[in-house]
Design a binder for this molecule. Structure first.
Ligand code: SF4
Length: 219
């Protein structure tokens, strides 16, 4: 698939996704552009369903919304607030560690560069990209499992890992699509181009899609 093809895909998906829920971190960013809240809710969202993330974020943010107030909570209080998100015990420890670093290394502010964000323990490229995009309105491409899988199925890139996909997309995807690409593909991946059993027969991208690695057409 060439650049014209991906332009068509983005334009079709912008209409299609109106039927589906917005991914949870996008919802949080719409209610608050605070980079700290985006950072924490993104950490909570890793390996966790959107509804669970949303409820856990609400409970946690009712207790604390800044690094200074968050660090006053005990690990047990955070665990209790965020349960049952995936790996809630590890995440509670990460959140406290991140708040400690934000206070002592970054003047209690979430940094606005990729390198500094990646220096925070527990923050990977996906989280850092989302903070830059949603928290600072900067350019970034957040590549998670949906973006990696669907970009390859479409035949737009040919990569083996999400990190490789991010590099390939930064070279090939027109910059005007960068910020919205994750929201579109996550919603599409959760509802139609699913990891197992993509619903190709119902898909409005069928004419464009190379369906790389897809063996069957599911109904
Ligand atoms: Fe995914 Fe199938 Fe649609 Fe291609 S045609 S985008 S593989 S659901």
């Amino acid at each position: 698939m060439d650049v014209n093809g991906i332009n068509r895909v983005v334009s079709i998906l912008k209409k299609e996704v109106k039927k589906w829920d917005i991914p949870v971190v996008g919802v949080i960013a719409m209610t608050s552009k605070d980079p700290f809240l985006v950072l924490i809710s993104t950490i909570l969202s890793l390996r966790t369903k959107d509804r669970t993330t949303m409820e856990a974020s609400r409970r946690l943010f009712s207790l604390a919304t800044t690094p200074g107030t968050m660090i006053k909570l005990s690990k047990t209080q955070i665990e209790k607030a965020i349960y049952p998100v995936g790996f809630y015990r590890t995440k509670a420890g990460s959140i406290l560690g991140i708040c400690h670093d934000l206070i002592h290394k970054f003047g209690s502010k979430v940094p606005d560069t990729m390198d500094k964000l990646l220096s925070l323990k527990g923050v990977g490229r996906k989280t850092a990209n989302l903070v830059l995009i949603l928290g600072y309105d900067e350019y970034g491409i957040c590549v998670d499992t949906h973006v990696h899988r669907i970009s390859n199925r479409l035949g737009f890139i040919k990569t083996k890992t999400p990190d490789e996909s991010e590099r390939a997309l930064r070279q090939k995807l027109p910059k005007r699509h960068w910020k919205i690409y994750n929201d579109l593909l996550v919603a599409f991946g959760q509802n139609l181009c699913k990891p197992v059993g993509p619903l190709c027969s119902q898909c409005s991208l069928l004419a464009q899609c190379e369906r790389t690695g897809v063996k069957r057409v599911y109904k």
